[in-house]
Ligand binder design. Sequence first.
Ligand code: 16G
Length: 260
Amino acid sequence: MSEAADQIFATLKQSSQSGAPLYLQLRKSIEDAVNRGLIGPGDALPSERDIATKADISRVTVRKAVQDLVKGGILIQRHGSGTFVAPRMERVEQSLSRLTSFTEDMARRGMAVRSAWLDRGLYAPSPDEMMVLGLSSNELVARVARLRIANDTPLAIERAALSASVLPDPAGIGSSLYAALELTGHRPVRAVQRISAANLGDSDARLLEVPPGIAGLHIERISYLASGKVIEFTRSIYRGDAYDFVAELRLSGPGEEVRP
Ligand code: 16G
């Protein structure tokens, strides 16, 4: 790292006349070095004191730049052992045109899937669940909340809600909700998915092993049976640094209606 570090801090010295606050210049120099591969995942950063001496800036300035990069997920700090370039996530490219399950998606990529249970049980439905699933207040909702993990990396938190009449024993679904639904003839055939940006709160970030406040994706999936009945209402948080959702777009043919 020391040669690379010298380069980073030398660039900083040359550009320190540019007028931007010094901590921003240092942050950018380190970020550029990571993006250009000068320093790679797992590499240790020199100590705060070394950086301050090399770049001829105060330790407070170094600390501010490093803290920003830790918040942004570029660097990680390990208690007692220092600051390192964060491991790079291999991004998962997910098509938006196929209705597949998490287990199938990961298996297709040859990744080992597991889930950690966050919740499973029968509850009185919330107003949202009643509305989407068409439940009345005296019916129960089955909730299945899981941290979804592929190759030991937590990728998403999924909170599914289904009518208890469809899933009377949420604890019994095994490793795949869709496989369990398939067995009873309730696997969805169509879904509408809404994706929006979200900054991760403390507890979600802790589960997903990313810094709090980092960008994530909030995904809501409402799935339907062939009959048109809603079968699943799932709200998920996906890691923004791990997923690319990809949709294929086609020019509509003559006479085809263009709907919003
Ligand atoms: C996908 C779905 C989720 C569904 C799950 C079933 C999204 C955003 N979510 O992850 O709605 O409940 O698959 O997976 O695509 P499983 O059969 O592996 O439990």
